[in-house]
Design a protein around this ligand. Sequence first.
Ligand SMILES: CC(C)(COP(=O)(O)OP(=O)(O)OC[C@H]1O[C@@H](n2cnc3c(N)ncnc32)[C@H](O)[C@@H]1OP(=O)(O)O)[C@@H](O)C(=O)NCCC(=O)NCCS
Length: 175
Amino acid sequence: MVGTTPPATSAFTIREAREDDWSQVWPVIRDVVTEQQTFAYDPAMTEQEARRIWFLPAPARAVVAVDGDRVLGTANMYPNRPGPGSHVASGSLMVARHARNAGVGRALVTDMIAWARRNAFAAIQFNAVVETNTSAIHLYESLGFVTLGVAPGAFRHPTRGEVGLRIMWLELRTG
Ligand SMILES: CC(C)(COP(=O)(O)OP(=O)(O)OC[C@H]1O[C@@H](n2cnc3c(N)ncnc32)[C@H](O)[C@@H]1OP(=O)(O)O)[C@@H](O)C(=O)NCCC(=O)NCCS
């Protein structure tokens, strides 16, 4: 199929997710979760469970990257912890396989950072970035995230064996 691969995506925008986006969001999540390479989610997760953990109630927020009506990727974001931990944000993102490497992931993280700043979060903490997820680590580091530490062997990768989980942090406080 040399020379026939279309560009992954042309133009896209990020907007708040709507209930009727779910039918396109679910396949993106299902692919990532069943692949078991990047998220420590139960691969047997049902659609209903996925919807509950992805479309969280406010103050959490879910967004989609869309090209027209086509969902290319999705992210959610929320306070990392309740109560005394709620001034630090966290979030997750997934891009449809066919739409990767075209800037969608970067746009979703940039949008998440803007949301966290608007809502006066002190930082964003990613709790479990799989050590072998080089594109995600590259992306986060390019936007200013640093690795605070690695839980050794905390993730059972289907082909690489036990690999580390990074805690990554973006400081948003100035001064
Ligand atoms: C990680 C993920 C969100 C990235 O989304 P994406 O739309 O492909 O990302 P972008 O195109 O915006 O940017 C990817 C960056 O990684 C780089 N990259 C891609 N593959 C890479 C690799 N193997 N090693 C290093 N960098 C890589 C790209 O060059 C780009 O960097 P650049 O802008 O400096 O050129 C996407 O691959 C995904 O959904 N993966 C499965 C779920 C997942 O891992 N979510 C994150 C969990 S922490």
